[in-house]
Design a protein around this ligand. Structure first.
Ligand code: F6R
Length: 245
């Protein structure tokens, strides 16, 4: 079932997202959670770091799983999604690296690295929570369209749309890596809870297609309609002021 929380603006979305995550941490301090990078969750992470500074939360026992990563880039490349996650979330929240499962994109055997990731998820008994952003083409992580719900963690080719939308981080389209590893749809959708965060008018069309359109591999996020416990946190401009569900 999808529960929709609409907020007035992005600031309210961030407070609401931080409330949600604080609730998860309070209920299970060592929850296993996959977290996204991208623009949308950044304010939520800042809000969590602020709450940590005020002594309101303790996230140090969280077990963090990386959602996705470009394939073949050096481990310390500042444009890697891991470095982004480290500087935006892991380090500000004081989460020890021993609690972090990283996608190993420099391995000579990426397929084995994918299997090791899925094994690490199984070893903790599955994810407690998938925190996800919504791609402009309906992707979850780098599960690009078409992606089936049972797809495992794997190497993927990025679509033109994702390359275009990530070009801002790389300076030009032709510098964006063409391949990535993504946590599989299977891992993300079988988490005990899912939190999808969506902000901005440019996401309106894809958000409605994901939640109200046909469930199809062409819109990977549409599979959220079949997941038992999904919270969609969207600001009013993302949902559309005139549209009531
Ligand atoms: C990020 C990721 C992507 C983003 C999505 C939305 O790790 O996997 O799926 O969540 O592309 O990105 P933003 O939030 O920048 O609109």
């Amino acid at each position: 079932m999808v529960r929709l929380i609409l907020t007035e603006d992005y600031e309210a979305l961030c407070r609401s997202g931080a409330d949600f995550l604080a609730g998860v941490i309070a209920a299970k301090p060592d929850a296993a959670v996959v977290f996204p990078t991208g623009e949308t969750p950044m304010g939520i992470y800042r809000e969590l770091a602020e709450r940590l500074r005020r002594g309101e939360i303790d996230a140090t026992r969280l077990r963090v799983f990386q959602l996705d990563e470009y394939l073949g880039i050096p481990p310390d490349d500042h444009r890697s999604l891991f470095r982004w996650m480290e500087s935006a979330l892991i380090s500000p929240l004081g989460i020890p690296m021993t609690n972090v499962v990283r996608l190993s994109v420099n391995s000579s055997d990426p397929e084995a690295a994918c299997q090791a990731y899925d094994e690490a998820v199984r070893a903790v008994g599955g994810l407690d929570l998938s925190v996800l952003g919504l791609g402009p083409n309906g992707h979850l992580g780098f599960n690009e369209p078409p992606s089936k719900p049972d797809s495992t963690t794997r190497v993927v080719e990025l679509t033109e749309e994702s390359i275009y939308s990530n070009a801002r981080y790389w300076g030009a389209r032709d510098r964006v890596p063409r391949r990535a590893i993504t946590a599989g749809m299977d891992v993300l959708l079988s988490a005990r809870q899912v939190l999808l965060v969506v902000s901005g008018e440019h996401k309106r069309d894809i958000l409605h297609r994901a939640l109200e359109g046909p469930v199809t591999p062409d819109v990977p996020a549409s599979y959220l309609q079949l997941v038992p416990d999904v919270t969609v946190l969207a600001d009013r401009v993302a949902w559309g002021p005139e549209r009531v569900r």
